[in-house]
Write a protein that binds this ligand. Sequence first.
Ligand code: HEM
Ligand SMILES: CC(C)=CCC/C(C)=C/CC/C(C)=C/COP(=O)(O)OP(=O)(O)O
Length: 315
Amino acid sequence: MIGTSYSPRHENVLDVLKSYYQLTKPRIIPLLLITTAAAMWMASEGQVDPFLLFITLLGGTLAAASAQTLNCIYDQDIDYEMVRTRKRPIPSGRVQPRHAFIFAIALGVLSFTLFALFVNLLSGFLALSGIAFYMVIYTHFLKRHSTQNIVIGGAAGSIPPLVGWTAVTGELAWPAWLLFALIFLWTPPHFWALALMIRDDYAQVNIPMLPVIVGEEKTVQQIGLYTLLVVPCSFLLIYPLGVSGVVYGTIAALLGVIFLRKAWQLYQAPTDKELAKSMFKYSILYMMLLCTGMVVDSLPVTHQAIAFLTHTGLS
Ligand code: HEM
Ligand SMILES: CC(C)=CCC/C(C)=C/CC/C(C)=C/COP(=O)(O)OP(=O)(O)O
C-alpha cells in the first residue's frame, strides 16, 4: 500500500456509513441510471413496469457501486497522491482495503442475485461484465498505460443501457447498441474536458491522460471529433431505427447544436480552463436531457398529443 496510513480512530456509525457510501463514488451513479431507465422506457414503448424499473435500477446501482469500490481499492496509491482524490475513504485511512473488498463483493453478489431472481440472467451477466470491464480493462490494463484509456474503457460506462433494454425484452437489439454507441462516443468529450482542467494532477502521478501526453491542442481536436460523431449518431434512433420521433428529434437537435458550439469554442481556445469546465458540465446535462427526451418521446401521452395536433392541423 503506497502512502496510505490507517488511524484507528473511534468513529460513530454515521461516519462509517458515510465512508462506505463515498467508496461507491455516488455522484456518478444517477446518470448511469438515467441511461438505464431511458433504455427501459424505449424498450417498453413508454409503458415500463414500475417494479421491474425499481429492481433494475437497484441492481444497476449495486453493480456500479461494486465497480467503483473495487476501483477505489486498486487505485488507492494514485488517489493518495492526487489533490482531487486524496480525501477518499481508503487513502485517508477511514476504510481498510480488505473491508472495502468484502463490501464490493457483497454489492456485486447482491446485484447479480437481484437480476437473476427478479429480472433475467442476461441483464445480470451484462451488469457483471460492466464491473469486470471497468476493473480489468480500464483500471488495470489501460488507465495507467494508454492515452486511449478512457476511449476503450468508456465501453464499461456504456453497458447500463444494455442492462436496461434486456431487462425489458430479454434480448439485445439495435436500439440498445445505438445507446451503447452514443455513450461510448460521448465519453471522450465528457472526460477529456475534465482532464484539461486537472491535467497537472494526472501528470503528477504519471497517468497518461490525453492532455498530459499530447497537449491541449490535440486534445480539443479529439473532443471536437467525438462531438461531431455523437451528435449525428443521436439521430439514428429516429432514422433508420424508428424508435424515437419528432419530440426527441427536436430535443436532440437543440442539445446537439449547443454541444457542437461548446466543442468549437474549446477548439479555438484549447488552454481556456473555464471553457473546458463549461464543456464538462454541459456534457453531463446533454446526456441527462437527451435521455429525458427519449423517455418523453416514448410515452403514449406524447403520441396522443402528436396525433391530436396533426389531426387538428389537417382538418
Ligand atoms: C471511462 C469513462 C469515464 C471516466 C474516466 C470518467 C471520469 C470522471 C471523473 C474523473 C469525474 C470527476 C469525479 C470527481 O470529481 O470525483 C467524472 C464526473 C462525472 N461523470 Fe464521468 N467518467 C466516465 C464515464 C462516465 C459515464 C459513462 C457517466 C454516466 C453516464 C459519467 C457521469 C459522470 C457524472 C454525472 C459526473 C459528475 C459528478 C459530480 O457531480 O461531481 N461518467 N467523470
Ligand atoms: C454496468 C456497470 C456496473 C457498469 C460500470 C460503469 C461504471 C462504474 C462506470 C464508471 C465510469 C467512471 C466514472 C470512471 C471514472 O474513472 P476513474 O476511475 O479514472 O475516476 P477517478 O479518477 O475519479 O478515480
